[in-house]
Design a protein around this ligand. Structure first.
Ligand code: PRX
Length: 655
């Protein structure tokens, strides 16, 4: 890795003119800082002519997605590729029979992939390694599915999964899908309130968890968080507990069952049919934050989500049979669902799952893993890149990263400085970076390059095949080049959310009402004159903290649940590593006295209720909060004041 050990200032590899190989529209000359793909990258890429495919998908959206769907196996074909008769309740592949697990697992057992590695896992401390061929993965999924069935779970029932990053979380998701149950994975970093709210809302009868998980050498007591949550969720009949950390846990007789003990019973043995589902049958719900205190249950389906995640990973990361793919996300977020579990497995790829974080015990942990497993494609978040960049080049330089051939990023805008560091130090100035813009709701990449697309640091380039994006003003009128506005999507796509589970009305108002016929993303963005999109950030009350999506209203309701707090406001402000940090303003109840201790107690209170990721950077005590005359907190004004920026239109501000 001689070329990667240099720690000099980023050498621009920008070229004045495009290279000879011309992958995109006769390689128009693009403005700004542009990184063209090398000849080698173009030679390697499965898709060389981006424009040709983009053009044909634009002309025939249904034809494009039908061809993609035809690469997978269906128990029965569709009558219609897209049914848009009840917009915005779009339906894809209507009439088709399918199960995503048939394509992600079963299908591979009939080919050489039976013996190919599907999943490789390493523990946080690096002492444990487990790997599963597609054959082995199927065995695990079948056994888990039999166990879940034995708990009385049937097609359409919801199952909450609350675990650390261990292989069993993957088995549990696939096992639910295999038998037609709807999984609802809750990120293992959430705490009691968040978990209880999600179990309650989904009406799960079964929870799958583990005794605990490791985080930076410490144990997170997952089972006791489940116990506390279930005090509020009496409808839960059974809890399956996977032993991971070996700590003492409370096991309630009749309700709680050790997974390893269930595996030793005849229940787990024997075959398990993959249930034939309608393409539009629900696959999973995943809760995500919006502008109210109550997270939304985003619903995805077997057919469309399958085609979307399969196709996007295939084109964007050009996933090949000999790749070793590593997406560093947690399976508890959409990135983990789509690109640790479903997307890679639908492509028959080898997916790597790591239990730990980037810098424990030292900041070379990820680079060590890349070297140890020969990872070829690495997909992570800007916050992690910024965090690791802080430790300097010497940590990655200790490792041979030459197996890598492509890099990726997701979750929040990547600042050009972090992009250049990633490109230079991790990519040895050679590897393209796929900056993929998408959302829990979109299920799959929406604005993204492919390896042959020239890159500009900080831009996700252009919409994926079959999609058209637009920047509009408040009234829905398209704005000019380089002008900030609201990002909307014009076309339906197979992996789109179908609704908010149990709340069709909110689905319509949230995503389809502001600009009828167009999907509102909640992001602001610009488009430059080359047609490249630049995401600026959320325009609603959603904060991206280290790439994690949180709602200001959730933080506020956690704060006001503390006996000392009368009112609270939370805002996101720029944070060097996290992208955004949470800053809060608190009005105390009469008789309560502000102090540094109380501020600390309130920060901890939020962490205990929502999860450590929601711990505010700061709690500031105030006498008054800026509000509209109708009593709504003007977070925009707080944000401007905190940053010393103009407050904008404050005509609605009460005296
Ligand atoms: O603001 C955008 C930001 O993350 C939001 C979606 O968050 P979530 O549903 O948690 O999904 C994250 C992973 C797909 C978006 O509305 N976002 C996501 N990817 C990018 C991004 N912002 C800029 N660049 C990206 N590549």
């Amino acid at each position: 890795m001689a070329t990667k050990t240099k720690s000099k200032v980023a050498k621009p590899v920008r070229r004045a003119s495009p290279p000879k190989a011309r992958p995109v529209a006769k390689a128009r000359k693009l403005s700004g800082e542009v990184y063209y793909p090398s000849k080698k990258v173009i030679e390697q890429a499965r898709l060389k002519d981006w424009d040709k495919l983009a053009k044909s998908a634009k002309k025939d959206l249904r034809g494009f997605w039908e061809a993609e769907a035809n690469e997978l196996e269906w128990f029965g074909k569709w009558k219609k590729v897209l049914d848009d008769s009840k917009k915005p309740f779009y339906k894809w592949f209507t009439g088709a029979k399918v199960n995503i697990v048939h394509n992600a697992v079963d299908r591979h057992l009939k080919s050489y992939r039976k013996n190919k590695l599907a999943l490789i896992w390493e523990s946080e401390d690096g002492k444990d390694h487990r790997s599963f061929s597609y054959f082995g993965l199927n065995r695990q999924v079948v056994r888990m599915a039999n166990v879940i069935k034995s708990m009385g779970v049937k097609k359409g029932d919801r199952v909450t999964i609350y675990m650390g990053r261990i292989p069993e979380i993957v088995f549990a998701m696939l096992a639910c899908a295999k038998i037609g149950a709807i999984h609802s994975v809750v990120f293992g970093g959430f705490s009691v309130d968040s978990l209880a709210g999600r179990i309650e809302d989904s009406k799960s009868k079964l929870v799958i968890t583990c005794d605990g998980s490791f985080q930076n050498g410490k144990i997170v007591q997952l089972k006791s968080i489940v116990d506390d949550s279930l005090k509020r969720c009496p409808a839960v009949e059974n809890v399956i507990v996977v032993k991971r950390v070996g700590n003492e846990v409370n096991m309630e007789t009749g309700r709680d069952h050790w997974y390893h003990e269930l595996l030793e019973t005849p229940i787990a043995d024997g075959k398990c049919e993959t249930v034939q589902m309608d393409a539009e049958d629900p696959l999973f719900i995943l809760y995500t934050s919006g502008s109210t205190g109550k997270p939304k249950a985003i619903l995805h389906t077997h057919g469309g989500y399958m085609v979307g995640t399969y196709s996007t990973l295939k084109y964007v990361f050009d996933i090949q049979d000999d790749d070793r793919w590593w997406c560093t996300a947690d399976p508890g977020w959409i990135t983990g669902h789509s690109y640790i579990v479903y997307g890679p497995m639908l492509n028959g790829a080898t997916s790597f799952l790591f239990e730990g974080g980037p810098s424990y015990p030292e900041p070379n942990r990820w680079w060590q893993v890349i070297e140890r497993y020969g990872i070829t494609i690495f997909y992570t978040a800007p916050t992690a890149i910024r965090g690791l960049m802080r430790f300097g080049d010497s940590w990655p330089s200790k490792h041979d990263l030459s197996s890598l051939r492509l890099l990726g990023t997701v979750g929040e805008p990547i600042n050009p400085e972090a992009w250049r560091w990633y490109h230079r130090v991790i990519g040895g100035e050679k590897l393209p970076i796929m900056d993929t813009w998408w959302q829990t709701e979109t299920g799959a990449f929406m604005i993204t390059p492919t390896p042959v697309v020239p890159l500009k640091p900080g831009s996700g380039t252009r919409p994926f095949f079959g999609q058209e994006a637009e920047i509009v003003d408040e009234q829905g009128k398209t704005v000019g080049d380089d002008t900030e506005g609201y990002l909307v999507l014009k076309n339906p796509w197979p992996a789109m959310l179908r609704t908010i589970y149990g709340d069709d009305e909110r689905y319509v108002t949230q995503y389809w009402s502001k600009y009828p016929g167009k999907y509102t993303t909640g992001d602001s963005a610009k488009r430059d004159k080359d047609g490249y999109f630049w995401i600026i950030g959320r325009v609603d009350d959603v904060i991206k903290v280290s790439g994690h999506r949180l709602g200001t209203a959730e933080v506020e309701s956690a704060l006001v649940s503390h006996p000392a707090v009368a009112e609270a406001a939370a805002i996101g402000l720029p944070h060097e590593i996290k992208g955004q940090g949470i800053y809060t303003f608190v009005l105390l109840r009469a008789g309560k006295v502000a102090s540094a201790e109380l501020a600390e107690e309130l920060r901890q209170h939020v962490a205990t209720h929502i999860g450590p990721i929601a711990r505010p950077e700061e709690v500031r005590f105030v006498d008054k909060l800026p509000k509209t005359r109708s009593g709504k907190i003007m977070r925009r004004v707080l944000k401007a004041r905190a940053q010393g920026l103009p407050e904008g239109d404050i005509s609605t501000l009460e005296e």
